[in-house]
Structure formats: C-alpha cells, structure tokens
Design a protein around this ligand. Structure first.
Ligand code: DQA
Length: 147
C-alpha cells in the first residue's frame, strides 16, 4: 500500500507561536511544532505537508486542492474555528477526513471560543494539550485512516 498523505493546516496568527501569548499557547514556535509532527509522521510511516495562512480563502483553496491528493487533514483553524462557515463547508464538500486540534483548551476559555463550526464535520477534536494536541491529532487521524 502506498504511503498515506496528510495535509497539516494552521490558521491565523499561529505563525506567531513562541511569542504570541506564551502563557496561553506555550513557548514552542510553529517551526518546532512542525518538526515534532515530521518526526511523528516518520514514525507512523506517513507523509505530511504543512501550510499556515492568515487568510480564510487560502485555507478554503488548500482544502479544495487537497481533493484526490491527500487522504486526511489535520487542522488548527485558530480563530476561524469560531467564525468560518466557509472552512466548514469546504470540509463538507471535500469529504476528506479531518481532525481539529487546539493548543489551548477552548472550553476553559472565553464563551465565544466554546463553539466550533468545524467540529461537526471533523472526525474528532483534540484541545488543551499544547503541541501534543498536534501529535495526538496526527496519531488519531492515521489510526482512523488505517482502520
Ligand atoms: C487556538 C484557539 C483559538 O480560540 C484561537 O483563536 C487560536 C488558537 C488554539 O490552538 O488553542 O488562534 O486554535
């Protein structure tokens, strides 16, 4: 069987990880999180490609472009989690299994972060484990796809 290909998407402001509210999001940079993910992907024998964007349309386009190219998507939609019907609809249209991850526990935070537009179209959500949320999310997605 050929290697599973996973697309990792990071939403707005996640390019500033490391300096962005470290008391909430930790001190790891996006680059070091991606390094962790690459190591885990190697261990799981899957291939990953990563993309960060601050623009909703770029994220929507990248979900469309993933059709027939990627078997799964791991996404931290950032603030678009709580606002984006467009990203949710893109997942519903693409029908590619998706796992939603968050560094912080969104349910312990402000009320407006308690609702996710993405969760209903995702296989599942992992929230609150810092950089480990990404690693756990990748493991869960790969387990799901290999089942
Ligand atoms: C986040 C949580 C969101 O509420 C926030 O807007 C982010 C990051 C997280 O990883 O904890 O940008 O997705």
């Amino acid at each position: 069987m050929s290697q599973l290909k996973i697309l990792v998407l990071h939403g707005p402001n996640l390019n500033l990880l490391g300096r962005r509210e470290p008391e909430v999001y930790g001190s790891m940079t996006l680059e070091s999180i991606e390094k962790l993910l690459l190591e885990e992907a190697k261990r799981l024998q899957v291939s990953i490609s990563c993309l960060q964007s601050n623009h909703e349309g770029v994220l929507v386009d990248s979900i469309h472009e993933a059709i027939d190219k990627y078997q799964g998507i791991l996404i931290n939609p950032g603030a678009y989690t709580h606002t984006s019907v467009a990203i949710r609809d893109a997942f519903a249209a693409a029908m590619i299994p998706v796992v939603e991850v968050h560094l912080s526990n969104i349910y312990q935070r402000e009320e407006f972060r308690h609702h996710s537009y993405i969760a209903p179209v995702a296989i599942g959500q992992i929230s609150g484990f810092g950089a480990d949320s990404y690693v756990l999310g990748l493991q869960a997605l790969v387990n799901y796809l290999q089942r």
